[in-house]
Design a protein around this ligand. Structure first.
Ligand code: NAG
Ligand code: NAG
Ligand code: NAG
Ligand code: NAG
Length: 512
């Protein structure tokens, strides 16, 4: 009897640890939950001037700076069949990639480039025939440069029509096989990085806080954000009118979302955190889910924030079937007592810091609770919409290091234990959120292989696979994280303490 009780106690302890600690397997996730990994066109395809593709604003920015470019990148344009094989080896359910607008419709509007069209058809066919679900992003920082030159790209209302026409071609040509579409990648970072900071395409900003050759950091981020929302709504409407009944897919919008927490338990820090959420995320999610910008933004930015007409508000509201979350890590928010002044030409950050100043302190350590913070925030503040985590990765660098080449030992690079620990912890965090009611439906590792990165170029390497960028054949090799993910997706339970890591390493030691 005692023995039985003891056994029972052990069983209970195990069951308990299974629920509350770090043991889980993919069968714990809801039916239909997709696991994948991603890339984007400019970062992966290469073949930048081949078969009729013309430059996008990302090509233009890279070629005006000396930090590498995506001319060849991973050469995915030629190697996609090999890459789909690797996806099969990795047991991926889904592959997230983007379509290059300037490859499909090189002048932005007008004739479709047949070779570009064929490439995407071939890629999608290859995926589908191997049982891998394509998840397509329509816009990943890269509209044709000709539209930028002609009328200023996203600063101009005309983009809405051109973007909708381009999206229509994608739905018509690829929609039989593609069921998950994201219109705009990381709309908040595109607006802030491209029009406030000037670090990312199209590289616009203004004095006093920044110094670009052109731009206006006090108004352009908001104009661009507004046009992105209207363009998304227009594309979503088009899909519902012409394609949804036949194709049955979903249209989402994606944002970069930090796991923000107040630095202290003070009321001021809590308010500053809420305010930072409004400026980074509410800026887009409130219009998409409730039809208008957050009050904090309207109050602070005043007449520089565009206004939705009643009709536009109705069109934007409810236009996304899911929220695409791009999440890397946590940041703590501290209220700063001295208010920045709004005189002169304030930028995005000065607006965000007025009333209640705040400062962000990025946390690069593994903070798996950050994933739960994000998913809880979306659930509680926005009525629990469906969510796909479209990117998630461990930062292998800090923002301050960008531009400083990081010498990575290739052995260390491949035995990427920190990435394995990150994935284990964050994928576990997703499960906890789902068990607490979050409607999260998928998780995509960023990135499938090392890519040309927007910040950090070829130095940062987020991939499950390394790519030898000095090798003309761009040889790919699995990192330890690829083996771990593959095992996890095969159904092996994930339990990573130091013993688990040792076992993983010894299992794959002959591979390195
Ligand atoms: C701003 O950029 C211009 C052109 O690159 C340069 O000449 C000038 O010194 C810069 N000003 C500041 C304040 O950095
Ligand atoms: C930015 O636009 C605002 C509003 O039109 C204007 O007051 C300001 O002078 C502009 N700033 C720059 C740097 O052009
Ligand atoms: C779980 O969800 C409830 C209801 O939304 C919420 O109050 C609670 O804070 C959540 N728990 C965690 C650990 O996030
Ligand atoms: C990368 O490729 C180059 C050229 O083929 C080769 O010399 C080098 O050893 C490779 N690097 C690694 C880490 O395999």
């Amino acid at each position: 009897m005692e023995q039985i009780l003891a056994l029972f106690a052990i069983f209970l302890a195990f069951a308990f640890s299974g629920k509350c600690s770090d043991v889980f397997s993919r069968s714990d996730y809801p039916e239909g939950f997709v696991f994948g990994a991603g890339t984007s066109a400019y970062q992966w395809e290469g073949a930048a001037a081949e078969d009729g593709r013309k430059p996008s604003l990302w090509d233009t920015l890279c070629h005006s700076r000396d930090q590498g470019n995506g001319d060849i990148a991973c050469d995915g344009y030629h190697k996609y069949k090999d890459d789909v094989k690797l996806m099969v080896d990795t047991n991926l359910d889904a592959f997230r990639f983007s379509i290059s607008w300037s490859r499909l419709i090189p002048n932005g509007r007008g004739p479709v480039n047949q070779k570009g069209l064929q490439f995407y058809k071939n890629l999608i066919q290859e995926l589908v025939s191997h049982g891998i679900e394509p998840h397509v992003t329509l816009y990943h920082y890269d509209h044709p440069q000709s539209l930028e030159d002609e009328y200023g790209g996203w600063l101009n209302h005309r983009m809405i029509k051109d973007f909708t026409t381009y999206a229509d071609v994608c739905f018509r040509e690829f929609g039989n096989h593609v069921k998950l579409w994201t219109t705009i990648n990381e709309a908040n970072i595109f607006s802030i990085g491209g029009y406030n900071d000037g670090d990312t395409p199209p590289g616009r900003c203004s004095k006093p806080s920044k110094n670009c050759s052109s731009g206006n950091s006090s108004i352009e981020p908001y104009i661009v954000g507004h046009n992105l929302l209207l363009a998304h709504a227009s594309v979503s409407r088009r899909y519902k009118q012409k394609y949804k009944d036949k194709q049955g897919g979903s249209i989402g919008f994606s944002l970069f979302i930090l796991g923000l927490i107040p630095t202290t338990s003070s009321k001021d820090d809590a308010t500053a955190t809420q305010r930072a959420q409004d400026f980074y995320v509410g800026w887009f999610l409130r219009p998409l889910l409730f039809g208008d910008y957050p009050d904090t933004m309207k109050r602070t930015i005043g007449s520089r924030l565009p206004v939705f007409s009643e009709k536009e508000s109705e069109q934007v509201k409810g236009s996304c079937d899911f929220v695409g979350v791009i999440h890397y890590h946590a940041a703590s928010v501290t209220n700063i007592k001295s208010k920045p002044s709004l005189s002169g030409n304030p930028d995005f950050y000065s607006y965000m810091e007025t009333d209640f100043g705040k400062s962000l302190d990025f946390q690069y350590a593994n903070t798996p609770w950050a994933m739960e913070v994000v998913l809880e925030y979306i659930k509680q503040s926005y009525g629990n919409p469906p969510v796909y985590i479209l990117e998630s990765a461990k930062f292998t660098f800090q923002w301050q290091q960008i531009g400083t080449p990081m010498k990575q030992d290739s052995q260390l690079k491949q035995k990427d234990i920190p990435r394995v620990e990150y994935l284990h912890a964050y994928i576990g965090g997703v499960l906890k959120s789902i068990r607490n009611g979050s409607d999260t439906r998928g998780y995509f590792v960023w990135s499938f292989m090392d890519l040309y990165e927007l910040l950090g170029g070829y130095e940062v390497g987020f991939g499950l696979y390394t790519v030898n960028f000095s090798d003309p054949h761009r040889k790919r090799s699995p990192k330890l994280s690829a083996y771990w993910y593959s095992d996890f997706l095969k159904g092996e339970s994930a339990f990573l303490d130091s013993q688990g890591i040792k076992e993983l390493q010894s299992k794959y030691s002959s591979s390195f």
